[in-house]
Structures are given as structure tokens and as C-alpha cells.
Ligand binder design. Sequence first.
Ligand code: NZQ
Ligand code: ZN
Length: 384
Amino acid sequence: MDNFELYNPVKLIFGKGEISKISDNINKNLKVLLTYGGGSIMNNGIYKQVKNALKDYNVIEFGGIEANPQFNTLMKAVKLARKEKIDFILAVGGGSVIDGSKFLSVAIPFKGDEWSILTGKAKIELGIPLGTVLTLPATGSEMNSGAVISRKELNEKRAFVNPFCFPKFSILDPYVVASLPKRQIRNGVVDAFVHVLEQYITYPNNAPLQDRIAESILITLSEIGADVIKDPKDYNLASNLMWCATMALNGLISKGVPSDWGTHMIGHELTSLYGMDHGQSLAIIGPNLYLKLFDSKKEKLAQYGRRVWNLKGNNNAVAKEAIKYTQDFFSDMGMKTRISELTDNYNHAPQVVFDKFTKRNWLKLGEQGLITPQIAKEIVEMSI
Ligand code: NZQ
Ligand code: ZN
């Protein structure tokens, strides 16, 4: 096992009716910027619950943060927040609203070019405190310090991580799942599943506890995934999905073990090229990445096949079959498995990925540095 440090200061408040606890967790003297997305919270009662909890506060609102949050939209919120001198941000939404609000947290007090926060060149010294009410279990953003922001005119989707971006608190009421469109639940199950795979399908590292926690999340997701899509109003299913998604990316299972993240980095390019949903991009790239990097990942693939999918046989056969089971699981959940099922405009995609990885100097991604721009290009070719 590798050395590690574990730090996660997020106060998680989980369960029915807990949205009212917002007021126990934000000081009444603070001026609050309430951020949200395209309006789903107006239709499912979440906005009403949040406003009720905020009735004694001075609140400024900023709505309209889109899925795959856009830098230009967020910069409007930065201007508003600077003018209004806000002290606290309350993000109410899925990963996009939460990520967008994490960017606001560090961009509002930042002096300099705010895009440098995404390119990794900025020295971030301040962050406005942030709380969240999660409305879509998927990204784990509610309990981590990462965020992913897109910038259309540059065709970019970039991630950053900063300790100021850990929410002070996150409220997870599984009732929010009831109003989710099936497409978003599917995205959520696959995103959480692939988060675990990114931190697990690497190479053995003498970390049986991390492995077994990862496998527990994968088994639970494989057991409940289809059912929660069928019946999102089932509170028990919804609460188990929500807890799995948070546990999949709150930093715990990656401690002391290698991580890959190649599927995400390539998947982000499909989103910036085609506006493809994040979960959908992972369902397409993941299995092909495992096929391409089979030799370096086969021991963990075999372990995964045996323990998660109960497969039997020799290591090579089980590892291969495990990839097929993963792809079938995604497809049973209603995901497309090829780029060409979603767009006709795919010929240039492999070269775009090659050029972008090269330009960013991403020459050796993955746990063993095997994902060169050429390998990333070949994975996209296999995914067409
Ligand atoms: O905008 P509104 O109207 O709220 O509608 C949203 C949006 O259209 C809707 N929605 C959310 N909660 C709902 C609901 N509709 C009905 N009822 C509810 N309760 O769902 C749509 C998608 O929302 P979005 O926030 O975009 O989805 P998700 O949570 O999957 O977030 C995706 C974003 O997170 C990033 C992705 O790249 C993508 O930009 N990620 C963030 C990560 C992180 N911070 O750790 C890690 C992930 O790997 C991921 O990259
Ligand atoms: Zn993800």
C-alpha cells in the first residue's frame, strides 16, 4: 500500500426532510448566494424547501447554471457576487451546479485571469465558503474538492481540485431522486460505477480493504441500478444509490492505491465535442479503454470479474468476460455503447483527442503512464 493522507472536512447530512437543516448550518449574519440550474428545483418542491429554510437570511439568487457548467455563465455570477459582496454560497443542484459553485467559491476573491484556475496556473489563496443541497446522485461532488468546468469557445472541459472547494456541509435527501428523468438516473449509476472502476481497475497494490470497499460499491450499484431506474420513488433504492454515489468519489477508496482517470479524461473530450452527457461518455469509453490496456489491467479485471460478477475460469478469460459484463450492464441500463449511435459526425474525434492531449502535454495518463495521445486516439477509434 502507498503512503497517503486523508482529509475530508465535509459535514454530510443524510435523509428525509433534512433540507430544513440548512439554517442550522449557515450563520444568519452571512449574505448568501443561492445558485441553481435550469429550473428543475422549481417543479419538484426543492426550491420551496430551500427558500423556507432561508427565510431569515439575506439571499441573492443566481439560476441558469447549465449541465456541464459554462465558464461564461459562471463569470456572470462572479460579477454579481462581487457587486453584492456575498459571504456564503449555497448550491442547490446536481454535479453541474455544485461544480459551478465551487468555481465561484475560488473565482470571486481571485485577482487575475479566472480561466487560469482551470489550467492549473492560478495560485488560489482564498475561497468563499460553500454548502450544497444535492439533487442528483452521480458525481460525488457533494463530498469532494474537485470541479469540472467547460468553455465552449475554446472547446474545453477542464477539471481542478482545491481544498477550498470542499463544501462546509452537504444535504442529501434521497427524495430528490423521485423527480429525476430516467436518463439522469442512468447517468448517475454509470458515473458512480465508473468512478469506482477508475480507482480500482489498475494493478494489485496490497490493499484488500480498499479493494473490498470498492467491490461493495460496485456490487450494490449492479444490484440496484436497474430497479432505481424503474422505480425512482422507492426511497430505499434512492437512498442506497445516493450513498453509493457519494462513497464512490469522496476520496476514501483511492487512498493508498493507484488511480487511472483515463476514461474520464477521454470522456470529457466527447462531451466538449458533442455535448454528450458525462455518464454516457464514460459508458462508451470505459470498456474500450480496458480492452486496449488489457495486459496492464488484467489482474484487477479478473479479480473484479470474480468478486463483482461471480465469473469462473482462468484469469485471462474472466478478465475478458468482465469487460463484456460491464458493457452489458451499461447497455442494460439504457446506455449507448458507441459514438456512432449518437452522432454521424465522428470521423475527426480520434484526431481531436490526439491533438488536445498533445497540446496539454498529457503524454502519459493512467496509473502506469500508458495512455499516450496515440493510445487515447486508438481508444476513441475503437469506440466509434
Ligand atoms: O439544471 P436543472 O434544471 O437543475 O436540471 C438538471 C440537469 O438538466 C437535472 N436535474 C438535477 N436534479 C434534478 C434534475 N431534474 C429533475 N429532478 C432533479 N432532482 O439533471 C440534469 C443534469 O444535471 P447535472 O448536474 O449536469 O448532472 P450531474 O450531477 O451528472 O453532473 C454532471 C457534471 O459533473 C461533472 C461532469 O463532468 C458534468 O459536468 N463531474 C464532476 C465531478 C466532481 N466534481 O467530482 C466528477 C465527475 O466525474 C464529473 O466529471
Ligand atoms: Zn464522473
